[in-house]
Design a protein. Structure first.
Length: 110
């Protein structure tokens, strides 16, 4: 099992901030901002490259819940980041979205 599947299974502890039948959100272990949440599908999907019509419902659920998760952390302005693949900095090969905020964010890439 990958690290995030282990977290979903409860084998590795995490600070959960939201959970339902399809997705889990927890605090990043190495935050880059005051608020740094990772949101994952409970089903293993390698990366954005592996999203398809059969599993896109997980991505839909994640984006339906992002505003609620952000609000629960006291923010309504934030950056959502997905790193897809090694050259983009993806280190955990389980699809995930970073919610980063709680501070005036700096330099933009795009
Ligand atoms: P990536 O670089 O793949 O886009 O993001 C992976 C993120 O997962 C990193 O920000 C890293 O700090 C976080 N992370 C890695 N392992 C763990 C862990 O065991 N627990 C938590 N809470 N976050 C983790
Ligand atoms: Zn996984």
């Amino acid at each position: 099992m990958c690290i995030f599947c282990e977290i979903v299974a409860g084998n590795i502890p995490s600070t959960k901030v939201y959970e339902d039948d399809m997705i889990l959100a927890f605090k990043d272990i190495n935050p880059v901002a005051p608020i740094h949440i990772i949101v994952v599908p409970k089903e293993h999907i390698d990366s954005a490259n592996s999203v398809n019509t059969g599993n896109s419902k997980y991505v839909a659920r994640i984006f339906e819940k992002i505003p609620e998760i952000a609000k629960s952390q006291g923010i309504d302005s934030y950056r959502v980041i997905n790193n897809c693949g090694e050259n983009a900095g993806q280190t955990v090969m389980h699809l995930h979205f970073h919610i980063v905020g709680g501070v005036k964010l700096g330099e933009k890439i795009i």
